[in-house]
Design a protein around this ligand. Structure first.
Ligand code: NAP
Length: 478
């Protein structure tokens, strides 16, 4: 197959890797090779930083309105090509058409949101209490940002970083995941046409992620590292960022509890769980991982939810009517298969699915497990697949303690008809985001992010812009 943009994008030009190396990008639905992509080297990473450095002064000096209008054009051009973008997402990631279109819409919205936020430059004037001197506070672009993104949202995890960085006045170097670099590369002609100058956005696909990202973080020109991915790699980048005291923004792993209280509407909780569990095939840091249902409604809830899961159609995500595409690669599929086998060995029962199909393609069917013991690996690790692990509970205090008993703190979901109880329990949950009677929390206008080992900082909302700004205080008198 031809027609993919598959080179490095540096200073507005396409080029091969300095050593000529390339790597394969595969279609997970049929295991065919889509194309080979240039694999950036440390030398290429330095060329990206040179390009970003050359672009920095001009981009930072543009008026907020001008930067906002470039982003607004990017939003419009992105939407004009949204069908092609969604198709490319499915080709390289596997997700079903509706999931890919959902991601593409979400991804494009970051350009619109930050086009609007770019002009909300906040600062203040204060008076020093003892001396009467003026305290003038304003925000400046932080400088060059290195962005590292995962494969599960090939468009949105990039735009969620690029849009606020550009709004703030920062040039970027983005290293997309090696499984799914094509969508990010396909975004570059859109940004060019929108008026992003050469060097402001550079894309560095690379199979040597540790070496190229490490070399950039060791370069004192870099002031921000914004990473989305596993907690394991996030920790490594935090260590690397420490040497030059680079500002870190970390969106890491999750282990989301989904709590269904006794008084919840069974239908709406089951519908919410379909979104929280099955959006993106479960390959989401926000995916419901531990499902706790009150024992009084466990049976009807499982029936209602299993009925919805059984109605999903699995197949190639490019085909009409398919809800469940393949997982991204063999490793992810095998890990999901392990979680199911392990849970069953430890006493869980399979209500639906649970059998790994033969290839080609990395498929795994929608699966419902009940009576899953706390010792099962799928309760303690991110499942990252279409497997719902259901447990029951009796007491609310006990369930909050169980929900909080994890090193992660990204998102928790809670269903109850009593909003006072919902608010009280939400405040007790040690998570950065709560879905209260809602199975979806992601929104460009809201601060997305976790506590504990799920990360540092926030993306989206007003907060997302601050990750790419530095506060300056000017002491003065007049
Ligand atoms: P990953 O293995 O951590 O990889 C993420 C990115 O880091 C990829 O671009 C990868 O490049 C790169 N990378 C890997 N090792 C590196 C190193 N030593 N130094 C620098 N960069 C390195 O994560 P993933 O498997 O792609 O994504 C799944 C994880 O992301 C899950 O844990 C999920 O929860 C998390 N996630 C979090 C959020 C959030 O907002 N909190 C959102 C989405 C996903 P290569 O592809 O070349 O290895």
């Amino acid at each position: 197959m031809t027609g993919f943009l598959n080179k490095l994008y540096i200073s507005g030009s396409w080029r091969g890797a300095s050593d000529g190396a390339t790597f394969e990008v595969m279609n997970p639905a049929d295991e065919t090779v889509l194309t080979r992509v240039a694999s950036g080297t440390v030398e290429d990473a330095m060329a990206c930083l040179d390009a970003a450095e050359s672009a920095l002064a001009d981009w930072a000096a543009r008026s907020p309105r001008e930067r906002g209008e470039v982003l607004r054009r990017a939003f419009e051009l992105f939407n004009d090509r949204i069908e092609d973008i969604a198709r490319l997402i499915t080709l390289e990631n596997g997700k079903a058409g509706a999931d890919a279109m959902g991601e593409a819409k979400y991804a494009g919205e970051f350009f619109r949101w930050y086009a609007e936020e770019a002009v909300r430059a906040e600062g203040y004037l204060g008076l020093a209490p003892a001396t009467g001197a003026r305290i003038l506070v304003h925000q400046k672009p932080a400088g060059i940002a290195v962005l590292v993104t995962p494969w599960n949202y090939p468009a949105a995890m990039g735009t969620r970083k690029i849009a606020p960085a550009l709004a703030a006045g920062c040039p970027v170097v983005i290293k997309p995941a090696s499984e799914t670099p094509l969508t990010m590369l396909a975004l570059m002609p859109i940004l060019e046409e929108a008026g992003v100058p050469p060097g402001v956005v550079n894309v560095l696909p690379s199979r040597s992620s540790g070496a190229v990202v490490g070399a950039m973080l060791a370069d004192s020109r870099v002031r921000v590292v914004s990473f989305t991915g596993s907690t394991e790699v996030g920790r490594k980048l935090l260590h690397a960022a420490a040497d030059n005291v680079v500002n870190p923004a970390m969106e890491l792993g999750g282990n989301a509890p989904f709590i269904v209280c006794k008084d919840a509407s069974i239908e709406s909780a089951a519908e919410g769980l379909m979104v929280a569990k099955m959006r993106n095939l479960g390959e989401a840091c926000t995916a419901a991982n531990r499902i706790y249902v009150h024992e009084d409604i466990e049976k009807p809830f499982i029936e209602c939810f299993t009925h919805k899961m059984a109605a999903l159609k699995m197949g190639n995500g490019l085909e009409d009517g398919v809800d469940v595409g393949p997982l991204v690669n063999a490793e992810t599929r095998d890990k999901v298969d392990h979680f199911v086998r392990d849970a069953v060995e430890k006493g869980a029962e399979v209500y639906l699915g649970g059998v790994r199909p033969n290839g080609p393609g990395f498929f795994y069917p929608p699966t419902v497990l009940v009576n899953v013991p706390d010792t099962a690996d799928c309760i303690n690790d991110e499942i990252f697949g279409p497997v719902a692990a259901i447990q029951k509970f009796r007491d609310e205090d006990e369930i909050i303690a169980r929900a909080n008993a994890t090193e992660y703190g990204l998102v928790a979901y809670l269903y109850t008809r009593d909003m006072a109880r919902g608010m009280k329990l939400s405040e007790q949950l040690e998570f950065g985001m709560i879905g209260l009677n809602r199975g979806l929390v992601s929104d460009p206008a809201a601060p997305f992010g976790g506590v504990k080992q799920s990360g540092l900082g926030r993306e989206g909302g007003k907060e997302g812009l601050r990750e790419f700004q530095e506060t300056q205080y000017i002491a003065t008198e007049w």
